[in-house]
Design a protein around this ligand. Structure first.
Ligand code: ZN
Length: 280
């Protein structure tokens, strides 16, 4: 199953059609995404026999963020060995966790105004929490996850790396710095939930690519470790980390410029697209 939001309402998505869940269920299920995810098992059960006759045609650019207002956004730094190495670190022994403040979360086709500084790309597979829970054992961690979506952990490197020690979260939370979408694909639809391929492009050039089978701390391990401290809530996002190929570790360094378009694709999920404009 695939779900997203259309005009701020929770929808199921099939090919180029969207089904408004609240309308099609005659109000049995809610229109609000967080409310729907709180009833994840009811949504799954209902979706198996949903009547799609009321579905509407859908163009990809109409979709909003699949979870427009998550309560918690976790992000993991240095979770691929080659990226840790290019950043000048040894691989961490426990996940390095920061947040992207939820006001930065946007949909799949956003235009992003570049703030002052050096704005960089980080394609990431994002896990979306469904049932959630507290102190979830790793053996059942995937059952807490609704599915995965595409994300970019856009990062302004000057602010991110200023100070000793640096603070990651602010420089990664400018407006539009958390694009997600286009839909969440449920775990059962993934060919291999622990081996998801992805790549991003600027123009014709592939700038990053990877597979989640190379994660140092895979999704189930992250769910267990994060939920050991913070109860994971329906709709929470986990940006699982980026592979090698970011702009600030290139020689010469390279950052996003006004007029450029960044396209990020996760196999089996789809793509998101950000166009960048100069600071107004
Ligand atoms: Zn990141």
């Amino acid at each position: 199953m695939r779900f997203g939001t259309l005009d701020g309402r929770f929808v199921l998505v099939r090919e180029d059609q969207a089904l408004d869940v609240a309308t099609a269920s005659e109000g049995i299920l809610p229109a609000d995404t967080l409310a729907a995810l709180k009833r994840w098992d009811d949504v799954l059960r209902w979706s198996e026999s949903a009547d799609w006759s009321g579905a509407v045609p859908l163009a990809a650019e109409q979709l909003g963020a699949p979870v427009p207002a998550p309560r918690q956004v976790f992000a993991i730094a240095l979770n691929y060995r080659p990226h840790a190495a290019e950043a000048g670190f040894v691989a961490p022994e426990q996940p390095l966790v920061f947040t992207k403040f939820p006001s930065c979360i946007t949909g799949p086709m956003a235009t992003v105004e570049l703030p002052d500084g050096n704005v960089d790309w980080e394609i990431e597979v994002v896990a979306v929490i469904g049932r959630g829970g507290y102190r979830i054992p790793r053996s059942s961690a995937w059952e807490a996850v609704a599915g995965v979506t595409v994300g970019q952990d856009l990062s302004e490197r000057v602010l991110q790396l200023a100070g000793t020690p640096p603070q990651f979260s602010l420089g990664k939370s400018h407006p539009g710095f958390g694009p997600t979408g286009p839909v969440v694909v449920t775990v059962d639809e993934l060919t291999d939930r622990d081996d998801i391929g992805f790549e991003s492009r600027l123009g014709d050039e592939i700038i990053q690519h990877g597979r989640t089978s190379d994660l140092i701390f895979p999704v189930d391990d992250l769910v267990a470790r994060l939920s050991a401290v913070c109860p994971l809530l329906p709709g929470d996002l986990i940006f699982t980390g980026t592979p090698a190929g970011v702009g600030n570790r290139r020689t010469p360094q390279r950052f996003l410029q006004p007029g450029e378009t960044l396209v990020s694709r996760v196999e089996g999920v789809g793509e998101i697209r950000q166009k960048f404009t100069a600071r107004s």
